[in-house]
Design a protein around this ligand. Structure first.
Ligand code: ATP
Length: 349
C-alpha cells in the first residue's frame, strides 16, 4: 500500500513566514490527488515537503505506512515531475531516462527493459537517440514523465508539469497523464493553479488558500457543494454567483436557507425567463451589461437593481462584484446589451 497521509503539517520558512498552517489529508493507494489554489497558497511547499526537498516544521508525513519526516528524498520511493522538465540537455532521450537507474547500480538488461517499456507507453520509441533540443515541448514533457515511470515509484509527485505548454497541448497531455495514471495505478499528488486541470484530473481535490486547506472532496462534490465563498469562486469558470441577501425580498424568500447571508448559484443553474418563477425559486431582475459568446454557449453578465447604469465595474480576477450575476445559456442567442431580463433558478445552500 502506498497511501500518503499528512497530519497537522506546518512549515515556517527561515525568517518566520508561516507558509503551511496545519494541513491534514490522506491520499489512498492508487488515487490521484490534486492540490489546487492561487499563486502563493503553499501548494509547492507542501509537495516539496512530501518529496523531502523541504523540511517539515511540525506534524507528520507518512508514505506507505512509514513516517518519512527524517527520510532522505532518494529513500522515499517517490518520483517527481517538474514544470521545467529538468532534462539533461547533452544526454539522449534514452540516457535521460536511464540515468537515475544507472546511478542506483541497476543491471543493464533491467534498465533497458524499463526504458523500452516507458518509451512504448509514452510513444517515444522512435526518439530515443534524440537530444532534448530536438524535441517539442510536449515530447520533452513525456521524457520527463518517462524518467519518473522507469523508477517504478510508490508515489508520483507532479509540480505544475503542464504550465510551460500551449493551451492545446496542455489539454492533450492532461488526458495522457490521466490515462497513464489509471494504467499504472500509482498514487499521485499533482499541484496546479488551474482549476479546470484540477477538476478533470483529480480523484480527490484539495483546495488550498493562504497555507490552509479550504475543502477536500471529489471534484464534483466540491463543485456542487463548495464549503466556503473562496472555493465557490475559485472552482468553476465562470465562477459561481454569490448573491448577498441584502435585498429585503430575497431575505424573506431565502432568509433561513443561505449561510452567512450569501446565496450561491452556478451560472448554468439560472435561466432567462419570461414566466414568473414558481415558489421557492430564485428570481433576479437584471440589466444586461456584457455578453461573451464562446461557441456552444453564451455567458450573459447582468447587474441587479441598477437599471440603466452600465458603467464599468472593477472586479478582482475570479470574483464577481456582489451585484453582478452571470447566466450561462446554451447556443448563441443572447438578449441585447442594456435590456432588462429576469433570471430564475434554484439556489444551492
Ligand atoms: P505558485 O503557484 O506561485 O508556485 P504556491 O502555491 O506553490 O505558488 P509556494 O511556492 O508553496 O506557493 O509558496 C507559499 C508561500 O511561501 C509564498 O508566500 C512564498 O512567498 C513563500 N515562500 C516560498 N519559499 C520560500 C522560502 N524559501 N523562504 C520564505 N518564503 C518562502
Amino acid at each position: 500500500m502506498a497511501d500518503v497521509v499528512l497530519r497537522n503539517v506546518r512549515k515556517t520558512y527561515p525568517g518566520g513566514f508561516e507558509a503551511i498552517k496545519g494541513v491534514d489529508f490522506a491520499v489512498g493507494d492508487g488515487q490521484f490527488c490534486v492540490l489546487v489554489g492561487p499563486s502563493g497558497c503553499g501548494k509547492s511547499t507542501l509537495l516539496r515537503m512530501v518529496a523531502g526537498l523541504e523540511t517539515i516544521s511540525s506534524g507528520e508525513i507518512e508514505i506507505g505506512g512509514r513516517v518519512v519526516n527524517q527520510v532522505e528524498p532518494a529513500d522515499r520511493d517517490i518520483a517527481m515531475v517538474f514544470q521545467n522538465y529538468a532534462l539533461y540537455p547533452h544526454m539522449s532521450v534514452y540516457n535521460n531516462m536511464a540515468y537515475g537507474l544507472r546511478n542506483r547500480g541497476m543491471a543493464k538488461p533491467e534498465i533497458d527493459a524499463r526504458v523500452q517499456e516507458a518509451a512504448r507507453i509514452l510513444e517515444l520509441g522512435t526518439m530515443l537517440d534524440r537530444k532534448p533540443r530536438q524535441l517539442s515541448g510536449g515530447q520533452r514533457q513525456r521524457v520527463a514523465m518517462g524518467r519518473a515511470i522507469v523508477r517504478q515509484p510508490k508515489v508520483f509527485l507532479f509540480d505544475e508539469p503542464l504550465s510551460n505548454l500551449d493551451a492545446k497541448l496542455r489539454v492533450a497531455m492532461r488526458v495522457e497523464i490521466r490515462k497513464l495514471q489509471r494504467r499504472l495505478a500509482t498514487t499521485a499528488i499533482y499541484v496546479t493553479h488551474d482549476q479546470l486541470e484540477a477538476m478533470t484530473l483529480a480523484d480527490i481535490l484539495v483546495v488550498m488558500n493562504g497555507g490552509q486547506v479550504e475543502q477536500i472532496g471529489s471534484p464534483l462534490d466540491v463543485y456542487a457543494r463548495p464549503a466556503t465563498t473562496f472555493v465557490a469562486s475559485f472552482i468553476g469558470a465562470p465562477p459561481m454567483n454569490l448573491i448577498p441577501l441584502d435585498a429585503d425580498p430575497m431575505r424573506a424568500q431565502f432568509g433561513g436557507a443561505a449561510e452567512g447571508g450569501i446565496l450561491g448559484v452556478r451560472p448554468e443553474d439560472l435561466v432567462i425567463t419570461a414566466e414568473p418563477a414558481g415558489p421557492g425559486a430564485l428570481t433576479l431582475d437584471l440589466t444586461v451589461e456584457a455578453i461573451e459568446r464562446v461557441g456552444p454557449e453564451t455567458f450573459v453578465y447582468g447587474v441587479r437593481g441598477r437599471s440603466g447604469d452600465l458603467t464599468a465595474i472593477s472586479r478582482k480576477p475570479g470574483e464577481l462584484p456582489p451585484d453582478e450575476v452571470i447566466v450561462r445559456i446554451p447556443g448563441q442567442d443572447a438578449p441585447p446589451i442594456g435590456s432588462r431580463i429576469v433570471a430564475t433558478g434554484l439556489p444551492q445552500h
